[in-house]
Design a binder for this molecule. Structure first.
Ligand SMILES: [Zn+2]
Length: 283
């Protein structure tokens, strides 16, 4: 049984881990220079403006919203980073030469540097006044206390879409992607193709607590290094060792059955056909 590495992206727990671990390195630091080695990593404004406006700015805050990292700056602007598929933000000691795949380098006033390393070049950065300029609409944060079972009940109500597709829709719930949707549905013993609106009250309650538990556990394990994800210090996360179904095709479920894979709205979806029945499941 091997983890399949195709098209795995950082999700809420990975981005949250990066935020947590990067915070002590960057808060209160001033950016002394910016080097853009791959222009298309910068979406807004122009590369020249991006470098000019960031230089001499102090980083006053770092937050996560969905899968976005949001750096607050002392001039009120925000540097938004989306890692997409292979992006990573790595802290390097003084005078470190950018290695292969580094697209943007931020030099800080304590001599350290932050490398934006991005093998596939899908990662993006924006320098804007407000996150809303970049993202039209993001659903609620699933780990916040105001994301209750009642919140989830409202989201699934009247939606015919398969529950798996609903969970990864960023406009409905922010931060969940393919891996943690599969893990949450397995933990709640819900079939990924079940139409959202057909979930019972009890299934919604189970799914709600499964979402929180799965994300929280993955943050505790510093994210999943199933693919190229790395923490700011270059270490891997270990959340994938806890995966019950995600990327474990053919692996053993605790019921004795084998993990299967189906495609839901073009996304490879892992589940246990025995534990997650489409009909006739547990009441
Ligand atoms: Zn099973």
């Amino acid at each position: 049984m091997t983890i399949q590495r195709k098209r795995i992206r950082p999700e809420l727990p990975e981005v949250e881990t990066i935020k947590n671990e990067l915070t002590p390195y960057v808060i209160g630091r001033r950016i002394t220079s910016v080097n853009v080695l791959w222009d298309r990593s910068v979406r807004q404004p122009s590369v020249d403006e991006f470098k000019k406006q960031l230089t001499r700015r102090k980083i006053t805050g770092l937050a996560r919203r969905g899968k976005y990292l949001v750096f607050s700056l002392d001039d009120g602007n925000k540097l938004i980073v989306h890692l997409r598929m292979t992006g990573a933000l790595l802290v390097k000691p003084k005078g470190c030469e950018p290695e292969k795949y580094v697209r943007v380098v931020f030099c800080l006033d304590d001599g350290s540097v932050i490398h934006f390393r991005d093998l596939r070049k899908f990662g993006k950065m924006w320098l804007v006044k407000d996150l809303d300029e970049v993202v039209q609409k993001l659903g609620p944060e699933p780990l916040k206390s105001d994301f209750t079972a009642a919140t989830l009940a409202k989201i699934v109500a009247d939606r015919q879409t398969p529950i798996k597709a609903l969970l990864v829709d960023q406009a409905l719930i922010a931060g969940i992607g393919n891996m943690y949707a599969d893990e949450a549905l397995y933990a709640a013993r819900i079939h990924p193709l079940l139409p959202a609106r057909s979930l019972t009250k009890e299934e919604i309650r189970r799914l709600h607590s499964a979402i929180k538990n799965v994300l929280q556990a993955a943050i505790g394990n510093k994210g999943a290094s199933t693919s190229t994800y790395l923490r700011p210090d270059g270490q891997k996360g270990s959340a994938h060792y806890e995966f019950k179904v995600a990327h474990r095709l053919g692996g053993k479920c605790e019921c004795g059955g084998e993990v299967g894979r189906i495609v839901v709205r073009q996304r490879g979806t892992y589940y246990c056909p025995r534990c997650q029945k489409l009909t006739g499941g547990e009441a």
